[in-house]
Unconditional design. Structure first.
Length: 190
């Protein structure tokens, strides 16, 4: 039996924070309890987690609050994750370097760096990017989940690229359910 794929704890931490920001702490806790995720209240993960835990939370939220509200929560969660990465994980010197480069070069260098650690957010899935015009980021989610999960990546990539590559970056998301995967394509206007 293979070892379950793991992803960063911010997938859970920031989703709970986004839920609290939208509904308030008491209502967020009530929702978490109702959807069987109450064990995270006051007990957020501090280490890598099995990707199944994040996808279970996404599925439960979607069933409870619907697609639109869940998409908003996940986009906000992704933005919060980006802010955490900028504060704690992406070295200041690298951030400063990217900001000095032309947008396309900064995009290429940044995405190359991300690709080295893509497993921390893609889990069992796949991550890739192209330098087409416009450039494109792709995340293929192989864990059984729902397309709404693509909003987490949308929020993360948008916030990171706006901060590090070009503040006017816009991303057009194309998130589709396949037979056994979810294809998340993000066309980036940098």
């Amino acid at each position: 039996m293979s070892t379950p794929s793991k992803i960063g704890p911010n997938s859970i931490i920031q989703t709970v924070a986004a839920l609290e920001a939208k509904f308030g702490k008491a209502e967020a806790e009530a929702i978490l309890n109702k959807i069987g995720q109450g064990h995270f209240i006051g007990n957020l993960p501090t280490e890598m987690i099995e990707e199944s835990k994040f996808h279970a939370m996404v599925t439960s939220l979607q069933q409870e609050i619907g697609d639109t509200a869940t998409a908003g929560i996940l986009k906000e969660s992704g933005e919060r994750t980006a802010r955490y990465l900028l504060r704690v994980r992406i070295p200041d010197i690298f951030q400063k370097l990217l900001k000095l480069l032309p947008s396309r070069l900064a995009f290429k260098l940044f995405l190359f760096a991300i690709s080295k650690n893509a497993w921390t957010f893609a889990g069992s899935g796949k991550f890739s990017y192209t330098m087409s015009r416009p450039p494109e980021i792709t995340v293929i989610v192989t864990y059984p989940t729902h397309p709404v999960v693509g909003n987490f990546y949308l929020g993360t990539f948008t916030a990171l690229l706006q901060e590090l590559v070009n503040k006017n970056t816009k991303i057009k998301a194309d998130i589709r359910q396949g037979s056994k995967t979810i294809g998340c394509r993000y066309r980036c206007e940098i």
